[in-house]
Design a protein around this ligand. Structure first.
Ligand code: SF4
Length: 206
């Protein structure tokens, strides 16, 4: 998956070079990314992080200023409403640093299980799989799981996938989902996994 999506220039693979690997940047990017194309998230994340590279600087922006900086990411008004208290919580409860435990991360405003796991894996190198819509869809198509929600998929994958693959799995599967195993009409005829893939639930393909 990693090789094929890298050859095809998956947008998510440019995130690291665009925003860096700092925990705060990864947290902001992941919080902005829900229901938004990566190209849009990268631009919005860069605009916001150039004005507010730390929780302290973010806390000094007003919610309308944050809205303006992150527009047009999906649900930008709601995300801006969460980002401001998120910065205050980081300052108040964690001395202005992004915490490195699951429990602490999900205590932050607007941070759910998916964001917490992605931050733990990407920013802190923990052996955890962040399961988003791409990871959930592809795992079901491949028959690794038979689940209805990303939460169920997360529980099974985190139990069954060997630790050494976990940290990179989210990035590889998101990149693969953007370029080959796309939500609608995946490119099965060009997919390196096609011979072994049962293509569960795929009705139309290319
Ligand atoms: S063969 Fe098709 S459904 Fe299976 S992983 Fe490849 S693109 Fe996805």
């Amino acid at each position: 998956m990693q090789r094929e999506s890298s050859r095809r220039g998956a947008p998510v693979l440019s995130v690291e070079s665009a925003i860096g690997r700092g925990p705060f940047a990864i947290l902001i990017f992941t919080a902005l990314s829900a229901r938004t194309r990566d190209e849009t998230t990268i631009k919005a994340g860069r605009r916001l992080l150039s004005r507010a590279p730390t929780p302290q600087k973010l806390s000094r922006l007003t919610i309308p200023q944050i809205q303006k900086l992150i527009y047009p990411v999906g649900f930008y008004k709601t995300k801006a409403r969460h980002l401001h208290p998120l910065s205050l919580a980081l300052i108040r409860d964690f001395k202005g640093k992004v915490p490195s435990t699951f429990e602490s991360l999900i205590s932050l405003p607007g941070v759910g299980m998916k964001t917490a796991n992605i931050v733990l894996a990407s920013a802190f190198g923990k052996a955890i799989i962040g399961v988003d819509t791409h990871v959930h869809r592809i795992s079901n198509r491949l028959g690794w799981v038979k689940t209805k929600s990303p939460e169920e998929t997360s529980a099974i994958l985190n139990r069954t996938i060997p630790n050494r693959y976990k940290r990179k799995l989210n990035m590889s599967m998101v990149a693969f989902g953007q370029t080959v195993c796309t939500p609608l009409r995946p490119f099965c005829s060009e997919c390196p996994l096609t011979r072994g893939c049962p293509k569960i639930g795929v009705s139309k393909r290319r």
